[in-house]
Design a protein around this ligand. Structure first.
Ligand code: GLA
Length: 649
């Protein structure tokens, strides 16, 4: 048992491996206070000295003052707590105030799934779940605060489900997934920032008075900031001291923030970004906010990293390849770009197979009128000029060489110059009469609409079923703008981006269910959607379009702060490198790529004899060392915060 309720003190105690988390119910009214999160408290499940909290008579007199001081478990708007709130509504009357108070709770074995959303999973033996039902009696809005404790890990997950039990619709304007109020002012904030081809740089800065945050309002978790945050005690280091890790199991807009207030307390928040967000909750309807993973470490940043790795490897990543050695792949993108046909691909594959490479991946350019990135996106049928006779002759040819075959798709997108857009212009996200904003000459399809997902999945699943496809690279190459859906009424347009994410998850779920033997890899202009939400569907993610070995040292090290090496796709590419122009030895490129899932992205026919001869040994080394790389305990020997010196630091 790991979750206890003390009737006398009306407090909850959640015990993970070396961690305790506590919540206190204040007074008959049932205000929920955050009481403790830290090193595991000694048994028995005695009271931690929570408080002192105000006597009920003082609470009445000074309610507004007190709300601003007390550590809240799930703070709401306009009742006295002027720190950033986790939850806010707009009522039909135009009011924002809400007060969620305790009603009841349940403690059950295991971990329930989150409808339509990715989330960590665990068996009845692995975990226990506490659900606290809270309610604003005036509004009739209920929020079920859900906590799951992983008994063998320092992990507690949180999510919130809202339901409208009242008689009037309300508009959710803020529905974050977790808040933690720390009774201390001396924490540093650690985040991952970057951009295209320079993803996941680690930054450590003091939490200062005021609010600081990383966010995305791009419709993707993004390469600008990762949906991850750690708060470290000022004296904590790689292997010493207290670290609190936060990770959001979601691939769309997010916020992760820390606020140091006037009383010297720090509030941490994580959830869907309130920017662009609004959700109309009709009577009887409910809304599920995604999951936040909380990790506590009493031994520095390194232990936090290892806990995230263990959790994500064993309780998030699924499917046939979750724990299997991934095939060594060769991808033709940097070898040919759009300039290929069956013969050229088979020529590359033949030579690759001779060196022991196991999977051939055909990248962009095989479908519709896709001869460049200006046309064809959305037309998911094989272009016979490129692949005469369709996919099957190519795939059979590849299979005959003893290799698996993989294919590139970008299902969420459409070019204006495509049959799909000509037939269904309303399928693209846009605002009527407003000039459409293009990026890479493409628009985003409105995946908030089931008929759009059905249409695209219908085309793609037909292609996948037409030959022995064993790997799919799912790309996503632009941010969302001009947010308008032809299917949503005016008062629900702000639901678009979350509904879009649900549509993406729905299609990834269908694909992985209908084709369980396919190894799915996500990609978003490199690592713009490298997040736990995507990892739930795809065991590996393309980490960066920057394939330069030296730049990759830093990118992969930053990514490994929160994500296991088994998720980090890394390839050997040609020199001078296409992104940086740098020349590095073939052996160095191999070693760096072996620190993730391993492969090649180059024109193998253009390698020197000497380079070609190194491949069989690299493949052998990968087979030998990859089990350790992907299942081992990761200890950082370098300073993750070292300034950009052009090396890993
Ligand atoms: C994106 C990906 C690349 C490649 C191209 C194809 O940029 O990150 O790896 O697949 O698209 O257009």
């Amino acid at each position: 048992m790991s979750i206890f309720f003390n009737e006398e003190t009306r407090s909850f105690r959640l015990d993970a491996k070396d961690t305790t988390y506590m919540i206190q119910i204040l007074g008959q009214e049932g205000i929920l206070l955050h009481a403790y999160w830290g090193k595991r408290l000694p048994d028995p499940a005695a009271l931690y000295p929570v408080g002192p909290y105000p006597a009920p008579e003082n609470l009445e007199r000074e309610r507004v003052t007190i709300m601003d001081i007390m550590p809240q478990e799930y703070p709401t708007e306009d009742i006295g707590d002027f720190r950033e709130s986790a939850f806010s509504v707009l009522t039909e009357g135009g009011h924002e105030a809400a007060a969620l108070v305790y009603r009841s709770h349940t403690i059950t074995k295991g971990k329930p799934r989150l409808a339509g959303l990715p989330a960590t999973f665990g068996s009845d033996d692995d975990c226990e779940t506490l659900e606290i039902l809270t309610e604003d009696p005036l509004l009739g809005i209920c929020a079920k605060l859900r906590y799951t404790v992983f008994e063998d890990l320092d992990v507690i997950t949180r999510s919130v489900e809202f339901s409208n039990e009242g008689t009037s619709p309300v508009r959710l304007t803020r529905a974050l997934s977790a808040c933690v109020d720390f009774d201390r002012d001396d924490l540093d904030m650690v985040t991952l920032y970057g951009g295209w081809a320079r993803e996941n740089n680690a930054q450590r800065v003091p939490v200062h008075h005021g609010k600081q945050s990383v966010e995305s309002a791009r419709g993707e978790s993004s390469n600008a900031y990762n949906p991850f945050m750690a708060l470290m005690a000022r004296d904590a280091s790689e292997d010493h001291g207290t670290v609190y890790g936060f990770s959001f199991v979601y691939s769309g807009n997010f916020t992760a923030s820390a606020q140091l207030d006037q009383y010297g307390h720090i509030r941490a928040l994580m959830g869907i970004s309130p920017q662009h967000f609004g959700w109309k909750l009709e009577p009887g309807a409910s809304f599920q906010a995604p999951e936040v993973v909380l990790v506590h470490s009493d031994a520095g940043l390194g232990k936090m990293t290892r806990t995230f790795h263990d959790l994500y490897r064993n309780h998030l990543i699924r499917g046939k390849y979750a724990h299997a050695l991934r095939p060594v792949l060769i991808n033709n993108w940097e070898a040919t770009y759009f300039d290929f046909n069956t013969d050229k691909l088979l020529e590359i594959a033949r030579l690759a197979a001779d060196q022991g490479i196991e999977l051939f991946v055909m990248d962009d350019g095989w479908f519709g009128a896709r001869r460049s990135d200006n046309a064809g996106l959305g037309d998911w049928y094989v272009c016979e000029d490129v692949l005469p006779g369709g996919l099957k002759p190519l795939v059979d040819g590849i299979n005959k060489l003893g290799m698996k075959f993989g294919i590139w798709i970008e299902p969420e997108m459409v070019n204006e110059d495509s049959d799909l857009f000509r037939a269904h212009p309303d399928y693209a996200i846009q605002i009527p009469d407003r000039r459409r904003g293009l990026k890479r000459n493409q628009l985003v399809l409105d995946f908030s609409r089931k008929e759009v997902v059905d249409y695209v999945y219908g085309m793609i699943s037909k292609v996948l079923a037409s030959a022995n496809v064993e790997y799919v690279k799912w790309d996503m190459n632009r941010t969302l703008t001009n947010l308008g859906s032809f299917a949503l009424p005016a008062d629900q347009q702000q639901e678009l981006e979350h509904r879009y994410m649900l549509g993406v998850y729905d299609m990834q779920d269908r694909l992985t269910t209908d084709f369980p033997n396919i190894l799915l890899e996500n990609c978003s202009s490199g690592g713009a959607r490298f997040d736990p939400g995507m990892l739930y569907y795809s065991p590996q993610i393309w980490t960066s379009d920057n394939t330069d070995a030296i730049a990759r040292l830093k990118i992969q090290a930053g990514t490994a702060l929160a994500y296991p090496l088994s998720a980090i796709d890394a390839n050997v590419s040609i020199v001078p490198n296409h992104q940086t122009g740098r020349v590095t030895p073939f052996a160095t490129r191999g070693h760096v790529a072996m620190c993730g899932t391993f492969g090649y992205q180059l024109d193998i026919t253009k390698l020197s004899e000497e380079e070609l001869a190194m491949i069989p040994q690299q493949v052998e080394d990968y087979h030998k060392y990859n089990p350790l790389v992907t299942t081992g305990d990761y200890y950082r020997l370098h300073d993750i915060f070292a300034r950009d010196t052009g090396t890993a630091g």
